[in-house]
Structure formats: structure tokens, C-alpha cells
Design a protein around this ligand. Structure first.
Ligand code: IVH
Length: 657
């Protein structure tokens, strides 16, 4: 039996390789299924003969209780970034100054997560994430389900290779369709989807996600007598790894720029997302000469594409009502991929914007997304007009309650205090992370509870106990989930005053303003007694904010609500828990690009809590610029002015200090 099992493993692994790697199927699906079934049955009967490279592992099933830490013998480095031709030329010049005559290998920068694969005697023994570069996490059980990752390679050698696990655009679409069917939030982009999939304890989930993997790095080429990076890529391809066909050797910077130009245009036609081009010195001796910083190899860099524009159809325009009553037009789009996410909605700002750009329903439009900004309709492609497009008249009544809208500046507002949507949005805001942070009260639950009458106004968050029995009976809920919601609400009563102030949603009082007020007045009662003059004299509180606060507290309904919250024992004092960080105290920071592990608001809050300030523009006075992915011109300006540039990771480390 052992012999037959070995034979089946070989047949199936070869078939997988031909199908997934060479794109050249050699047996029919039917034959494959039959062999697979035979092998599964034999392995069930004779588990002692199960081969370590058996393809049955591809379907998942192994469940781990936690992720073991893995130490990387050679640190897994990241790449420095360049954003334009000048910076590419600087990179090239710097290498030339080191007496290197550069020949480069250009590769596509796949938007996924990096992985290290370790083989012993040709068998996959361990797969690990990058982690902080030195210590990563063991994800072997999940990596084994990825068809592009060979369980056995073509030589019985010990070797480590590194590459990128990613999800194709098609797989992400399919996954999101299924999620939407199940009523679960779709995943924002392919990178998050891939990262989330490999961080699952149960490998069945990763198996169902249809992940892929490109290999692009050989950490110890000297062990195999390899002289250039391109040779290393060919060597790894021969071993059975999937190495991209799009890698090119280029002999000078002009060829390099052509490669970038080509992929800037061709990028949307790739079946997976890329966010740039990686440029690597080809000669390994030259690589040694160029050397490393603590974080990056100096022999490579990543050119990042500028914010992308894509074309799609504007199917409809829908008006949405926000918590302030502002009614804004939103474009409903034919879903398209843009910078790693599926976009189906974009903002159209206001009536004037629609008129100025002559945007009509049915138009083909260009959408742009920059950093963490909401996508917006940039322009109409007039060439694509057929004559059937319909101009859009912004309605003058609220789409929810039918009240007449009032125009203020360029925007329209629903002034009906009882408009359902306004109230729902107000409640969602109150529970949101930057406000009272009542965990579990997501948009859908708040809306449902509102519609069922359990949550009509803010104080109701603290009076749900009385409806506990009924809530438990609701579909999809049980004792545990309701208790979690009640506990979260209870916990939020302890929040410092600024969270409550921000949560109330007083017009023009953002998270920052709420902090200034809480710090100044210390208690809600002091704030309630404050006059317009008291308010306007506070630095950072202008005329508009001061008026808005006075108006808010003049409304008896708001006063009544605050009294109710007091009755429910909500903390009404500023807890002032900031610890001043000497490195940061008094310094001004600028944020640019999308942060990964925290939101921009959280980063700003952390800086302020540590005694620092944030500003929206870079000047000589800026202490450091914190750079996320796809940064804007602030990054270039910081470089020009020689302002220190911190990555998100660096910032988090420094603020912890
Ligand atoms: S080389 C020392 N090549 O980009 C070599 N990285 O922003 C370091 N990436 O951490 C990596 N495609 O996760 C390399 N063709 C490619 C890549 C690539 C995507 C990722 C990788 C790296 C990140 C740096």
C-alpha cells in the first residue's frame, strides 16, 4: 500500500504543478478527483504511511491553537521607496558613486504579504510571516494549502526561499460575493484578505481562500554557487517555485524607466494587484558592495505608483443623510478595482460639483483614490457619451423624511430633528471608536435596534438592560452577545469627558476640539455654564465652534439628555491620563499616506496625549513626518527640507518610549 500511496502522491503533485505552475493541465479533473479520493481513503486506512508532501494537505484541516514564533536566521528586510524619476536617478547615481556599474532586475511589487519558506531535504518544513523582520509567525499549516507553494521541490536540498503570498483580483471578488450573500462585510482589499487568510488558526479557511504565491528572493545564494539575482530566480523556478514571468534584466536606467512606464499602463490588466516596481542590483557582488541599512538593502528599492485613476460607469446618484443632516450626493458605480479595493461608491461632494463637472447618470467617469481619502469622481470621459446619459437634479427634499432641505454654502441640510437617518447616524457616531467606543454596536446593529424601537436616543444605550429578555430573542442574538453589548455600554460610562463630548456630535466639535474643551473646563458642568466669551477666548476655539456649543446647550432637549446621562452615572469629568513623552512633547508632526495598524485620528490622539501637536503641512518647524503607504506631496516636501521621516512602526516605537 505504501508504494501505491507514494505513486499517487507523485501523480497528484505533478498534476498540480503542471496545472498551477506551468498552466498546462496533463490529466482531466475527473482523473484528478479519482486519484485524490483513492489517496484520501488510503491515508485514512494507513495513516502511518501518510507522506509529508501529500497533496491531501492542500484541502486544509490542520488547526493550530496559536501561532508559534519563528526566528529568521537572516532578517527579512523591507524596501526603501522612491516615488518619481528624480528619486530613481538618485538611487542609480548613489550606486554609481560606490563604483558599481549597475545592471538591474526589475520585478513587479506584488501587493500581498511576505513569506519565508524552509525546505529540508526538499520537503516543506516551515512557512513563516515576516513579523517585525527578526521574529515572525509560523503559518506552515496554512501555507500547505496554497497550490503555488510546492510541498516537495525538485531537488532533495535544504533551502530557504522568500516571496509574497497574495490573492488574485478574481478570488477577492468571489470571496466578497460570498461574504455579501452571507451578510458579512466584504474585505477591503486583496492584501488584507491575503493577510487575514494566513492568520487563521484553522487551515480550512486558508484553503478556501484560493491564495497564490510568487517567489522572489533567495537569502543564501552563495550556498548554491549563484552569482546573480537573475540566476537565483531561474534556479528557484527550476526547483518548482512560481517565479513571475514579468521579471526583466535591464542594463541601464533608460530601460528601467521603460519597464516602469509599461507597467504603469498595463497594471490594470494584471490578474493581481501591484503597487509598484522593485528594482534590484543583479550582480550579487555588487549587492554586497552596496550593503544594507538596519531596515533596507541599499542594493534595492521600490518605485511606488502614484494614486491610480480608473474608469467605470456611473449607474446612479443616491442622496445620503449624515448625522448633521447634510444631504450629499453619492455616485453608485459599476464595481471596479482601485488600489487594491473594490469600489462601488464614490463621493460627488455637492450640487455645484456635479454641475461644474457636468456629471450625468450613465456617464463613464474616472475615479481616484489617494491614500486614506474616500474615492471621488474626478471627471467625465466625454468621448464615451452616447447621448443617453441623464443630467441629475439634486432633490430639494430629504430622501428619508421628506422635509424641505435648507441650503447653507454649497451643501443642503435636512433640519428635521426627528429625521430617522439623522438620528441613526448620530447614534452610530456616539458608539464609534473615536467617540464612546462601545464595542459591538456596529452600524447594522444600531440601525436595527433603532428601527425596532430599543434605541431611540443616546441615553438608551445605557437603558437596554430593561429590554434584555426581548433582545435575546432576536434572530442572530443570544444571551452572550447581548450581555457583551450591555457590558460594552457599561464600560463606556467610565470614559473621559472628551470622548463623551465628541460623541454628542455637537456641530464643529471634532475629536480635537472636544479634547481642548475637556482639558480646559475639566467637567461637563463647567462647560454648561460657559458663555460665548469664555469659549471664544480659549486658544484653538474659534467663533464658529463657540457659537455652536452655546446653541447646543441652549436647546433644552440636549440639556435634558445630558441630565439623563448623569442619572445613568456616566463620567462627566476630564480624566487627563496623558503621560508626557519627552521625545515628543511640544514637537509638531505631520502625517501623510495611509496608516496600517491605527487610524489617523488615533495617531493624532497619541501624539497629543504625549504632549505633541499635529499640523497638516510640512515646514521647517516640523519635527518629523510620519509616512504611511501611498504618501502625498508632504513626503516629497519633507525630503526637500531634510525633515526626519518616520515609518508607522518607528512612530509607534518612539511613542511607546
Ligand atoms: S524584495 C531584501 N521583491 O514589498 C529583499 N519584495 O515594501 C526584500 N514585495 O517586504 C524584498 N513584491 O513583502 C521584493 N518582487 C518583490 C516584491 C517584494 C512585493 C513586498 C515584500 C516587501 C515589501 C517592501
Amino acid at each position: 500500500m505504501n508504494e501505491r500511496m507514494k505513486e499517487l502522491v507523485q501523480i497528484l503533485n505533478e498534476a498540480n504543478y503542471n496545472y498551477y505552475v506551468l498552466d498546462n493541465p496533463t490529466i482531466t479533473d475527473q482523473e484528478f478527483d479519482n486519484y485524490m479520493r483513492e489517496l484520501i481513503n488510503l491515508e485514512a486506512k494507513y495513516p502511518e504511511f501518510k507522506q509529508s508532501d501529500s497533496p491531501t494537505q492542500r484541502v486544509g484541516g490542520e488547526v493550530v491553537s496559536s501561532f508559534n514564533k519563528v526566528y529568521h536566521e537572516k532578517p527579512m528586510l523591507s524596501l526603501s521607496n522612491v516615488f518619481n524619476e528624480d528619486e530613481i536617478r538618485d538611487f542609480d547615481e548613489r550606486l554609481k558613486r560606490e563604483n558599481i556599474k549597475p545592471e538591474y532586475v526589475c520585478e513587479l511589487k506584488i501587493d500581498g504579504l511576505s513569506v519565508s519558506l524552509l525546505y529540508e531535504k526538499g520537503i516543506l518544513k516551515r512557512a513563516a510571516t515576516r513579523g517585525d523582520g527578526v521574529v515572525g509567525e509560523d503559518i506552515t499549516h496554512n501555507a500547505k494549502t496554497i497550490k503555488d507553494i510546492p510541498l516537495r521541490i525538485n531537488e532533495p536540498i535544504d533551502i530557504e526561499v522568500r516571496g509574497e503570498i497574495y490573492m488574485t483580483k478574481k478570488s477577492l471578488l468571489e470571496l466578497n460575493e460570498k461574504r455579501i450573500e452571507r451578510g458579512v462585510e466584504p474585505l477591503a482589499n486583496a492584501r488584507n484578505a491575503a493577510a487575514g487568510s494566513v492568520r487563521q488558526l484553522d487551515s480550512k479557511v486558508a484553503a478556501s481562500r484560493n491564495l497564490s504565491c510568487f517567489i522572489y528572493h533567495l537569502p543564501n545564494p552563495e550556498d548554491y554557487n549563484i552569482k546573480t539575482h537573475f540566476e537565483a530566480l531561474e534556479f528557484m523556478r527550476k526547483l518548482g517555485f512560481v517565479v513571475s514571468d514579468n521579471n526583466r534584466k535591464v542594463k541601464d536606467i533608460n530601460e528601467l524607466l521603460k519597464f516602469i512606464e509599461y507597467w504603469t499602463i498595463e497594471r490594470p490588466n494584471l490578474p493581481y494587484d501591484i503597487d509598484g516596481v522593485v528594482i534590484k542590483l543583479n550582480d550579487l557582488k555588487d549587492q554586497q558592495k552596496a550593503g544594507y541599512t538596519a531596515k533596507y538593502p541599499k542594493w534595492a528599492t521600490a518605485y511606488k505608483f502614484p494614486a491610480e485613476l480608473v474608469l467605470t460607469k456611473l449607474k446612479d446618484i443616491k442622496m445620503t443623510v449624515g448625522r448633521t443632516g447634510q444631504v450629499t450626493p453619492n455616485a453608485i458605480l459599476e464595481p471596479v478595482f482601485l488600489m487594491g479595493s473594490v469600489i462601488s461608491k464614490a463621493t460627488l461632494h455637492n450640487e455645484d460639483y456635479i454641475k461644474m463637472k457636468d456629471i450625468r447618470i450613465g456617464d463613464t467617469v474616472a475615479i481616484r483614490k489617494a491614500g486614506d481619502v474616500i474615492p471621488r469622481v474626478e471627471k467625465v470621459i466625454l468621448d464615451r457619451r452616447t447621448g443617453k446619459e441623464k443630467p441629475f437634479e439634486v432633490p430639494k427634499v430629504c430622501p428619508i423624511c421628506g422635509s424641505m432641505l435648507i441650503k447653507k454654502d454649497a451643501a443642503y441640510y435636512c433640519e428635521n430633528p426627528d429625521c430617522d437617518k439623522k438620528t441613526i447616524e448620530k447614534l452610530i457616531h456616539f458608539a464609534s471608536r473615536d467617540a464612546m467606543n462601545i464595542e459591538g454596536f456596529g452600524d447594522a446593529i444600531v440601525e436595527d435596534f433603532y428601527n425596532m424601537g430599543y434605541l431611540k436616543d443616546i441615553p438608551d444605550f445605557y437603558n437596554l438592560e430593561k429590554s434584555k429578555e426581548q433582545l435575546m430573542e432576536l434572530e442572530g442574538f443570544g444571551l452572550k452577545s447581548i450581555e457583551n453589548l450591555l457590558d460594552a455600554a457599561k464600560k463606556s460610562k467610565e470614559n473621559s469627558l472628551e470622548k463623551l463630548l465628541f460623541g454628542l456630535g455637537i456641530r464643529h466639535v471634532g475629536a480635537k476640539g472636544a479634547k481642548v474643551l475637556a482639558k480646559h473646563f475639566k467637567t461637563m458642568d463647567n462647560l454648561l455654564e460657559a458663555s460665548y466669551e469664555d469659549l471664544v477666548n480659549i486658544p484653538d476655539v474659534g467663533d464658529i465652534i463657540a457659537k455652536s456649543i452655546v446653541d447646543y446647550f441652549l436647546d433644552y432637549k440636549n440639556k435634558e439628555m445630558i441630565n439623563k446621562l448623569k442619572e445613568y452615572n456616566l463620567n462627566m469629568e476630564y480624566l487627563g491620563n496623558e503621560k508626557v513623552n519627552l521625545n515628543i512633547s511640544g514637537k509638531t508632526f505631520v502625517l501623510t499616506g495611509a496608516l496600517e495598524s491605527i487610524t489617523r485620528d488615533q495617531a493624532e490622539e497619541m501624539i497629543e496625549n504625549a504632549g505633541g501637536k499635529t499640523s497638516s503641512s510640512v515646514s521647517k518647524k516640523t519635527y518629523a513626518v510620519i509616512v504611511g503607504s501611498d504618501p502625498g506631496s508632504k513626503y516629497t516636501k519633507a525630503k526637500e527640507l531634510n525633515i526626519p521621516i518616520w515609518s508607522e512602526q518607528e512612530f509607534l516605537e518612539k511613542i511607546k518610549e
